[in-house]
Design a binder for this molecule. Structure first.
Ligand code: NAD
Ligand code: UD1
Length: 338
């Protein structure tokens, strides 16, 4: 199938791209490289031993989008492109609304102009906000607590309205829990530009010696050991979920929101231990205060993904930590050669 992938050079996009190519799909990557490197695409080509098209552009640029749709004529879109840092979204909310929300509207307009009716969108568990109950199922109220989360919520609603108004359209909103890990080859992985905000990239940079110690954000939560508990999902499993979702859009019309997680939680200290075992390195940490906006626990209800997509996570915490370590150890500076 011909699939246009926005943000395909990024962390989750590059892993999904690899699986799409291995399944013989024709792909065009549309990316402005604002948070990624063309090197990731080069490596995906090598790993898949397959070629694909690349269009450098911003999803807010309707002319560039139209050109890409006009020449490539995609049958479906996987939409990863967007900004994703919670803290930055508090400082630059308009930038987040412009790139994420307006950019998504331009994309949907281009799809309609070119008769493309199938989309899979990268949403986030962050749309749920404070848990009213756990695990979060897809019916849980949506109350995101920061501008980034609100952009995801608004885009979900926009896509839902678009799908309802456009005959034959089909959309899947994948609500990712906490994506971590890397491809087993160690050739592609998560490469944060700055000091990582998220736990696993931070731990791996401590293990490799780039950072001194992990700051554990609070050990007084109501969890097994007092540290925050999350539902980590291996990026390879997550990539597979996109292929299942694309197939699903071929069988249905309308719009479905679907959680993508394992249903199992791990605390910060459990992740530290798992990472130490996987890497054979020690991970120094200091207990510090809670981070503003953090919740104690986040866990996915996974039945809907199993029922509608026939998808279930297969990889565990050890796989997540060992693949992250393999990527970090062989690429201590990510895609930048130093
Ligand atoms: P990423 O930053 O690695 O990838 C995003 C890609 O989109 C990058 O290649 C970037 O250059 C590109 N991009 C950004 N703005 C663009 C624009 N305006 N036009 C064209 N390209 C643009 O992020 P990721 O971790 O791979 O996340 C992918 C998607 O999944 C994002 O929408 C993110 O919000 C969502 N998501 C990520 C996580 C996570 O923990 N990584 C969790 C939940 C949801
Ligand atoms: C964060 C984002 C969320 C986003 C998700 C993507 C915030 C408030 N939330 O969620 O919107 O969808 O990433 O994966 O930024 N931790 C530490 N020390 C660190 C980093 C994290 O102790 O240096 C702890 C956190 O307190 C949390 C756990 O590790 O308990 C996971 O944190 P993180 O990886 O940032 O993910 P989330 O907080 O779930």
């Amino acid at each position: 199938m011909r699939i246009l992938v926005t943000g395909g050079a990024g962390y989750i996009g590059s892993h999904t791209l690899l699986q799409l190519l291995r399944e013989q799909h024709d792909v065009l990557v549309f990316d402005n490289f604002s948070n990624s490197s063309p090197e990731a695409l080069k490596r995906v080509k090598q790993l898949a031993n397959a070629d694909f098209e690349v269009c450098e552009g911003d999803i807010q640029d309707s002319v560039r989008l139209s050109d890409a749709f006009g020449t490539f004529k995609p049958e479906a879109v996987i939409h990863f492109a967007g900004l994703k840092a919670v803290g930055e979204s508090n400082e630059k909310p308009l930038e987040y609304y412009a790139q994420n929300v307006s950019g998504s509207i331009e994309l949907l307009k281009a799809m309609e102009r070119h008769d493309c009716k199938r989309i899979v969108f990268s949403s986030s568990a962050t749309v749920y906000g404070e848990a009213k109950y756990l695990p979060y199922d897809e019916q849980h109220p949506l109350q995101p607590t920061n501008p980034y989360g609100r952009t995801k919520h608004f885009i979900e609603e926009i896509i839902r309205d678009w799908a309802a108004s456009y005959r034959g359209a089909s959309a899947v909103l994948l609500r990712y829990f906490n994506p971590v890990g890397a491809d087993a080859s160690g050739r592609i992985g998560e490469d944060p530009n700055d000091i990582p905000n998220n736990l696993v990239p931070y731990i791996s940079q401590v293990a490799v010696g780039r950072l001194k110690h992990l700051n554990v954000f609070g050990n007084d939560y109501d969890t097994r050991d007092g540290t925050g508990e999350r539902d980590y999902i291996h990026v390879e499993d997550l990539a597979r979920a996109h292929l299942a979702a694309i197939n699903f859009t071929g069988e249905t019309t309308g719009c479905e929101a679907i959680n993508i997680g394992t249903g199992q939680g791990a605390t910060v200290l459990e992740m530290v231990n798992a990472f130490e075992s996987a890497s054979g390195r020690s991970v120094a940490y200091k207990i510090g205060p809670r981070r503003d906006g953090d919740v104690a626990r986040s866990l996915a209800a996974v039945r809907k993904a199993e029922k509608l997509l026939g998808w279930k996570a297969q990889l565990n915490i050890d796989d997540m930590c060992s693949s992250t370590w393999n990527w970090q150890f062989t690429n201590p500076n990510g895609y930048t050669q130093k």
